[in-house]
Design a protein around this ligand. Structure first.
Ligand code: PEP
Ligand code: MG
Length: 558
């Protein structure tokens, strides 16, 4: 049946039946995918499919599609497309990354429904080695695409630190985002080079480019084969120890990271469990999850970041915020509506019994929050103790990712046991630039002098107070930034598992004294571009063999 066919009222029931069958099939598929991914693969996967189940079962999407069929006498495909588009338009009208991701999820669910309805042309066969071109890179789509082992993905939208890009790095898949009008310039069968390092594509390349990129790709593929690390501490040539931790949320992924040389989980983004459980798991369920990752991490420990979510994720019926990344989110939600926070804290305290588990508080903007949150943690600790429930003694750390936290870091550090520097959000908030919006990607400047000064101050505050500072944003796993971070004083980095071998190689080939000198040499530069040029020049002359092939000719380093 083709789209846009208006039905006689008597046929509408048949379309409703088709829709319900498609919803049932999609529910079965998603339930299967959710359970599969919680067992083995990346946690990000289970999170995404869980969200899709939630949309399918609990949102107004399916009831609205049914109403569209009944009221307008259109077929199911037409109704799915119309309602999904209406959702998308509403969500896109709000300039917020979290809502925009939600819109992508709805679009993803609509695509699944269309496939289940047997609509033609919605399910793309993925040939191994093919380049996949999409308008939006939806996370679940990315996971399905990755199963077909494509060579790369190109998408029109997205930014370096957006959820989909972080996931692509976890999947070791070259992705270039923000390529406008891509579908107009490439057609099926075209040869395309996707240069994920430089963030550029070459359509119908000439022989010279092909030869050049084939050689580069060979080096790329050989380099990150996740070799086992020795058990010795990682040191620079001049003997400074650098601690590498992993940003992971699943025990089996941590085991891979540990073999590559990770010493503990530096960042466990606990909000991923909300989609695995389609809501908030109970205290006991959370305690079991946290204990599992703590057992995998063993003596090196795990740092559990408390829920870093928006009010929409907490309550889908909440009225939409005008500017959610600056709204009632993360630790602010934990303070205004502490029930879930208290449950999570109790679960973490229980999981910490005889385990090395720490708590990280996200989006801290000042001492007042840390004080109040510590009070809540103390209240829960004494309640559990009074009830005779065995608990541990987690250390408490603050994410430093908001400019006011940087400016008051010397005060904040007195109230916590350690600091975690979240450079993804720090760049976003310090420079007032949306990290998910490719149209302002040129303003998302990690090398902006203000960012470098902020990083330096935070590390210095930790050193003065004798407390550790772990860098856990995407910069920590990026070869271009690591010498700079070390020169700025960083001694602990937490990163994606796939980055670990490359960063270990880099660190063991440099000296802290040279990295410090490098930082001193750029202190008077006034723009990110100047700093980037100076770094590239230093790397090319001093350490060319330590960088992945091609990285040093990149315009905006990733
Ligand atoms: C960060 O902001 O740098 C960070 C590590 O957290 P997230 O990417 O989850 O915001
Ligand atoms: Mg953050």
């Amino acid at each position: 049946m083709s789209d846009d066919i208006h039905l006689t009222p008597s046929k509408t029931e048949h379309e409703i039946d088709r829709l319900r069958a498609a919803v049932d099939l999609s529910t079965v598929e998603l339930t299967h995918l959710t359970s599969q991914s919680t067992k083995g693969s990346l946690e990000s996967a289970s999170g995404i499919f869980g969200v899709h189940l939630l949309i399918l079962e609990n949102s107004s999407l399916v009831p609205n599609i049914e109403a569209e069929i009944r009221e307008r006498h259109v077929n199911a495909e037409w109704a799915v497309r119309t309602i999904a588009r209406a959702f998308a338009e509403r969500q896109q009208a709000v300039p917020d990354p979290h809502l925009s991701e939600k819109y992508l999820d709805v679009a993803d669910v609509a695509e699944r429904l269309l496939r289940a309805l047997g609509a033609e042309g919605t399910h793309d066969e993925i040939e191994t080695g093919a380049v996949f071109v999409v308008s939006e890179m939806m996370p679940s789509r990315l996971l399905e695409i990755a199963k077909g082992h494509p060579a790369a993905v190109i998408s029109e939208h997205g930014g370096w630190t957006s959820h989909s890009s972080i996931l692509a790095r976890e999947l070791n898949l070259p992705v270039v985002t923000g390529v406008r009008n891509i579908e107009r310039v490439v057609s099926d069968g075209d040869t395309v080079i996707v240069d994920g390092i430089h963030g550029q594509i070459i359509v119908r390349p000439n022989t010279e480019s092909m030869t050049h990129y084939r050689a580069l790709a060979k080096g790329q593929i050989l380099a990150p084969h996740l070799p086992d690390a020795d058990n010795l501490p990682l040191r620079t040539i001049d003997g400074h120890e650098i601690m590498i931790r992993a940003n992971v949320d699943l025990p089996n992924i941590y085991e891979v990271a540990a073999r590559c040389g990770a010493r503990g989980v530096g960042l466990y983004r606990s909000e991923v469990i909300l989609s695995q459980f389609r809501g908030f798991p109970s205290e006991t369920e959370q305690a079991a999850l946290y204990r599992r990752i703590a057992e995998a991490a063993g003596g090196d420990g795990v740092r559990i970041r408390t829920f870093d979510i928006s009010v929409e994720q907490l309550d889908p019926s909440a009225s939409r915020e005008r500017n959610p990344s600056m709204g009632l989110r993360s630790i602010r939600l934990s303070l205004t509506d502490p029930a879930h926070f208290r449950t999570q804290i109790r679960a973490i305290l229980r999981a910490a019994h005889q385990q090395n588990v720490d708590i990280v508080l996200p989006l801290i903007s000042g001492v007042f929050e840390v004080r109040r949150l510590r009070e809540i943690i103390e209240e829960e600790r004494s309640d559990l103790k009074n009830d005779g429930i065995p608990i541990g003694d987690p250390r408490i750390g603050a994410m430093i990712e908001v400019p006011s936290a940087v400016m008051t870091v010397n005060e904040i550090v007195r109230h916590v046991d350690f600091l975690c520097l979240g450079t993804n959000d720090l760049v976003q908030y310090l420079l007032a630039v949306d990290r998910d919006n490719e149209t302002v990607a040129d303003w998302y400047q990690t090398l902006h002098p203000a960012v470098l000064r902020a990083i330096k101050e935070v590390i210095a505050a930790g050193n003065t107070a004798g407390k550790s500072v772990t860098i856990c944003g995407e910069t920590a796993g990026s070869a271009f930034y690591v010498p700079l971070l070390i020169g700025l004083g960083a001694r602990e980095l937490s990163m994606n598992v796939n980055s670990i071998p490359q960063i270990r190689k880099l660190i063991s080939g440099i000296t802290v004294s040279e990295a410090t000198e490098l930082v001193r040499s750029i202190e008077n530069y006034e723009t990110a571009d100047e700093i980037e040029q100076a770094l590239r020049c230093h790397y090319l002359t001093k350490w060319p063999q330590l960088f992945p092939p091609g990285l040093l000719s990149a315009k905006y380093p990733q």
